[in-house]
Design a protein around this ligand. Structure first.
Ligand code: G6Q
Length: 548
């Protein structure tokens, strides 16, 4: 057994779970009309309600005791002051410096002048592209920006540009190519004119297989469609730490936006990796995004644990995963603009905390990261909510909801919000047998139909309820609020990593597949039969060879 699962705080929570598990959420609400006030928090325009979870004041005290036992406050300080808490890669995790205002010292040097230098470079570049002073090789202003990157060099910018479309200009259209599947690049380029297309090659290492293959193919397309070699430098820019490889590719240093090894890929949208965001929505809006995140950083550092949004969001997750045994977590934005938010969070949460070896090198004997998935409302309602309401698994869900829509047509937003309120209420309350029966009796008394068919359907119409949800409402999805929301989840992930004693900033689990793919790619070049793998892999590869 690990020290964590043997600790007093853990054991006390286990005992307490057996008490809380006996009580239906609806009962908790009936007994205490003040639950909402007790279990909701506000930060600027954001309201977080976690009262629809099986908690009481004692649960919160016990979860806070666990957080203190795991020295959460100390870890928060260590992260912000630039300690090398990414211990397996010997790096600091200083994404907060990308949105900071004050000096941040790393290895005795203030890194903020570098951060500001790159922000200024982004500002000058994006302003010139957006106002048309920087032009393509034929003298026309740029109309399209293609970001070529994958994982952390893709998901954040994709999500943010989609979320902040109302702030975008309609003369610069962002496109994203990530997959090594040629379809992604081909279908994107098919619609574009090389004379007015700008490419960003976004790769921290500038060696990622997918990105480099797509970057080379994009360069060939550019040359084959009218661009000349000397025009490459005006149409291709890079975001990277690897100056040498960037120059080898044909991009000159002036067109490189620097990154640093203290920024993790999935935490990098605040850096020059955010260049497509700045190009799409302008630097003023990009700065607002940073301000929103900075304000959440300040809140995270200075607010007592029990009033701290990322801390409470993280601890509620721990309560569900480790004590109620949930295995999956739904993210349900009732905002079409946030449709890519679940995919973004999937990487943030699953790559950060999908770990089974703790910081001391020991295998854990408790659950860590959970499966994160989701879809924007109300589409999800007509697809998978059946399982959320009446399935055999309990799946906690986060609802993210704006009070004001950017597209207020008809009564759409009222209907959307009505659905959100209804879903979280239904998941909490459910509908008992007696309630179904009472409804049936009313129907029977006002019609001539017989009772028999109703009786048969009765069990299907019962909803167990007691399904936990967290609701995060905000005034409107503007750049600042989005910045705060993203930072909220970044810090929630950190809180959970501290409780689980895992390093959320490495990702060794993505290496094995990459390593094997390298060898297999060579084998696929040959026409010979494959016999060097297990029978399944051999069989699959040989089928492919016979049918390609
Ligand atoms: C994120 C990961 C990973 C990374 C990609 C792209 O935290 O490190 O998703 O962002 O593998 O890496 P490059 O930016 O180096 O191409």
């Amino acid at each position: 057994m690990s020290t964590l699962t043997l600790s007093n705080a853990w054991l006390a929570l286990q005992d307490h779970q057996s008490v809380m598990a006996q009580q239906h959420l609806h009962e908790l609400f009936t007994r205490d009309p003040k639950r909402f006030n007790k279990f909701s928090l506000k930060f600027n325009d954001i309201l977080m309600d976690y009262s629809k979870h099986p908690i009481c004041p004692e649960t919160i005290s016990l979860l806070l005791a666990l957080a203190r036992q795991q020295e959460l406050e100390d870890w928060i300080e260590r992260m912000f002051r630039g300690e090398k808490i990414n211990n397996t890669e010997n790096h600091a995790a200083l994404h907060s410096a990308l949105r900071a205002e004050h000096p941040v010292v790393l290895d005795g040097v203030d890194i903020m002048p570098d951060v500001r230098r790159v922000l200024t470079q982004m500002e000058q570049f994006s302003t010139c592209v957006r106002n048309g002073t920087l032009k393509g090789y034929s003298g026309h202003p740029f109309t399209d920006v293609v970001n070529i990157g994958i994982g952390g060099s893709d998901l954040g910018p994709v999500m943010v540009t989609e979320a902040l479309k109302p702030y975008g200009s309609n003369h610069i259209i962002p496109h994203f190519v990530s997959n090594i599947d040629g379809t992604h690049l081909s279908t994107t380029l098919r619609r574009l004119n090389p004379e007015t297309t700008l490419f960003i090659i976004a790769s921290k290492t500038f060696s990622t297989q997918e990105t480099m293959a797509n970057a080379r193919a994009a360069r060939e397309w550019f040359l084959a469609h009218g661009g000349s070699k000397k025009d490459i430098s005006g149409h291709f820019v890079a975001v990277s730490t690897n100056r040498e490889e960037v120059e080898k590719f044909g991009i000159n240093s002036d067109n490189m936006f620097e990154l640093w090894d203290w920024v993790g890929g999935r935490y990098s949208l605040w850096s020059a990796i955010g260049l497509p965001i700045a190009l799409a929505i302008g630097m003023e809006n990009f700065y607002s995004l940073l301000i929103g995140a900075r304000e959440m950083d300040q809140h995270f550092i200075t607010t007592p644990l029990e009033k701290n949004l990322p801390v409470m969001l993280g601890l509620i997750g721990i309560w569900q995963i480790n004590f109620f045994g949930t295995r999956s977590h739904a993210v349900l934005p009732y905002d079409q603009s946030l449709q890519r938010f679940p995919a973004y969070l999937q990487q943030l949460e699953m790559e950060s905390n999908g770990k089974s070896i703790d910081r001391n090198g020991n295998e854990v004997d408790y659950s860590t990261g959970t499966v994160v998935w989701g879809e924007s409302g109300t589409n999800g309602q007509h697809a998978f909510y059946q399982l959320l309401h009446q399935g055999t698994q309990i799946i906690p869900a986060d609802f993210l909801v704006p009070c004001i829509s950017h597209n207020p047509i008809g009564d759409h937003h009222r209907l959307l919000l009505a659905n959100f309120f209804a879903q979280t209420e239904a998941m909490m309350r459910g509908k008992s047998k007696n309630e179904v029966r009472a409804e049936v009796e009313v129907e029977l008394s006002t019609s001539s139909i017989t009772e028999e068919p109703f009786k048969k359907l009765l069990p299907y119409k019962v909803f167990p309820g007691d399904r936990p949800t967290t609701s995060i409402l905000f005034k409107q999805l503007d750049p600042k609020t989005l910045g705060s929301l993203i930072a909220l989840y970044e810090h929630k992930v950190f809180v959970q990593s501290v409780i689980w004693n895992v390093n959320p900033f490495d990702q060794w689990g993505v290496e094995l597949g990459k390593q094997l793919a390298g060898k297999i790619s060579d084998e696929l070049e040959q026409e010979t039969q494959i016999t060097s793998h297990d029978s399944s892999t051999n069989g699959l590869m040989n089928y492919f060879k016979a049918n390609r």
